[in-house]
Design a binder for this molecule. Structure first.
Ligand code: SAH
Length: 215
């Protein structure tokens, strides 16, 4: 199969999996996923699978990237915060749909590689930071959208506080049940905070700095 036909097959898989938003599909079609995966896995870049990116972390499965981005309801004038830059792939996809994307990663090496990819692709609306994303980015509040790409034990409270009124956050939450993590959508309105369970997803854990291990 040629890279183009692999990409077309992936887009069909995404549609079949429930990604119907044409802006999200268009963004995923335009971001070259092969640049975000280690050389060894380049031939799998357009397979609908999660791939290792080092430091025991993974680049999420394309279907998960698509469903999360769609659930986030991003608009072109919005300021978005992402927690867990990883390879930078999801950031590159979401950045095509918003005004500016801020992204935080706890592994400085991964962040450095992601920054190099953004530069190579000429992406200029992503601002990066190394550190603990569970604390958010207080200097840049409020955010219209927050995308958490690592699973948390609960919806991180500082992130809810940093969400604008009318804002939406999508976060995988590990509720300890057998079917893994659940994708939760949080909406903040003048009346308060509303949460919605969008179903099961697979994710690596969100690690707060205070219990930081060697991983
Ligand atoms: N969005 C990424 C997926 C990365 S996997 C991509 O498109 O490739 C989740 C990432 O979250 C990992 O890189 C992990 O190091 C990072 N992470 C986990 N806990 C974190 C925390 N508390 N703060 C910032 N990043 C964190």
């Amino acid at each position: 199969m040629t890279p183009d036909s692999r990409k077309i097959r992936l887009i069909l898989d995404l549609r079949a999996g429930g990604v119907t938003d044409r802006l999200v599909l268009g963004a995923m079609e335009r971001v070259p996923r092969e640049l975000f995966v280690p050389k060894l896995f380049r031939d799998k870049a357009y397979d609908n699978v999660a791939l290792p990116i080092g430091h025991h972390q993974t680049l999420s499965q394309p279907l998960v990237v698509g469903l999360m981005t769609q659930a986030l309801e991003v608009g072109p004038r919005m300021k978005v915060l992402e927690i867990g830059t990883g390879s930078g792939y999801h950031a590159a996809v979401a950045a095509r749909l918003c005004r500016r994307l801020y992204t935080i990663e706890r592994h400085p090496d991964l962040l450095g590689e992601a920054e190099a990819r953004f530069a190579e692709l000429g992406i200029s609306n992503i601002t990066t930071r190394a550190g603990d994303g569970t604390l958010g980015w207080p200097e840049q509040v409020p955010f219209e959208r927050i995308l958490v790409t690592a699973a948390a034990a609960d919806v991180p409270a500082p992130l809810v506080d940093q969400l604008a009124e009318g804002g939406v956050m999508v976060v995988p939450v590990d509720d300890g049940s057998d079917d893994g993590r659940r994708l939760i959508r949080v909406r903040r309105s003048s009346d308060g905070v509303e949460t919605e369970d969008l179903g099961p997803v697979k994710f690596v854990p969100l690690v707060p700095e205070r219990v930081r291990g060697t991983g």
